[in-house]
Design a protein around this ligand. Structure first.
Ligand SMILES: [Zn+2]
Length: 295
């Protein structure tokens, strides 16, 4: 597989809309940290208008019963909590370069300022691999006229990539163009996915990362269910225990067609082998006994 994965160490940059969005690529970024690669994460918005479940619950109450401590909580106090949660989630995967750009969300709006700030970020980090949100043109759901922070993030990043890669008179930044772009695609249909990344070894860390978002009401039981249902389902489709999903933003250039060890393993086993490679060998004895006896 040496010809498939460069032996050079690479720099990753993940640019996401909200503080929780980075979790959808956490296992992948953790794999790269373990490979000796560099990983930087940037969050475009402060997340202040997103997932404030506590405020939601208070506002549902009669006005006379609301807790003013919750309804009057300053946005900065809430966003600082989100930042701490995101930093903790990243730390579980060895990611310590986490940058919060602090733009308002719901909705995130594009501007020359934010595009320039993201271009500066790209030229500062100089990523070989850039991960970001799925652009609107690649979503297959109903067409909407903007208003989604994730597709807006992709639009801002795509504009910033143009700015970052072209020299301009009077600017200090050195132009930079990532080698590969991947769109983090947890909500895309499985038959649209270009790359599944095996993140099985991070099961416990992924659950703990999910739990760290207390502002969104994530308990241990909730976190375990969410990871096993979502990433377990992606893994089921990929023939591994847990997987993350990506779309390619540009094409690979290679001298041989990409075929991975996991591609070969998945193709050679029986249906049962594939299921056991997802669920683990603990089930093998019972399954083989059932096949042998037919009962
Ligand atoms: Zn989000």
């Amino acid at each position: 597989m040496k010809w498939l994965q460069t032996t050079e160490k690479v720099q990753l940059l993940g640019i996401f809309a909200h503080p929780h969005d980075l979790t959808h690529a956490l296992g992948t970024m953790g794999n790269h940290i373990d490979n000796g690669d560099g990983v930087t994460v940037a969050i475009l918005t402060d997340g202040g208008g997103t997932h404030n479940e506590r405020l939601f619950e208070e506002l549902r109450k009669d006005a006379s019963e609301r807790d003013a401590g919750v309804t009057e909580q300053q946005r900065q106090e809430y966003t600082e909590q989100k930042y701490d949660e995101a930093r903790h989630a990243c730390s579980l995967f060895g990611i310590d370069d986490v940058r919060f750009m602090g733009y308002p969300d719901k909705p995130l709006r594009s501007s020359d300022e934010i595009v320039d700030a993201v271009a500066d970020l790209i030229c500062d980090v100089k990523p070989d691999v850039l991960i970001t949100e799925v652009p609107e043109k690649q979503t297959r759901s109903r067409t909407v006229s903007g208003g989604d922070d994730h597709t807006m993030t992709a639009a801002i990043v795509n504009n910033a990539l143009v700015v970052a890669s072209h020299p301009r008179q009077g600017q200090k930044r050195v132009p930079h163009k990532p080698a590969r772009i991947y769109y983090c695609a947890p909500s895309e249909p499985n038959d649209e996915i270009d790359v599944y990344v095996d993140i099985s070894k991070w099961e416990e860390q992924r659950i703990e990362a999910e739990m760290s978002y207390k502002s969104q009401g994530h308990t241990r039981a909730y976190a375990r269910q969410r990871i096993m249902r979502n990433y377990g389902h992606y893994g089921w489709c990929a023939g591994v225990n847990l997987a993350e999903k990506f779309l390619r933003g540009n094409a690979n250039v290679t001298s041989l067609l990409p075929v991975t060890d996991l591609d070969l393993r998945n193709s050679k086993g029986s249906g049962i082998d594939r299921a056991l490679s997802v669920m683990g060998d603990d089930y093998r004895k019972d399954v083989e006994e059932t096949i042998r006896t037919g009962s």
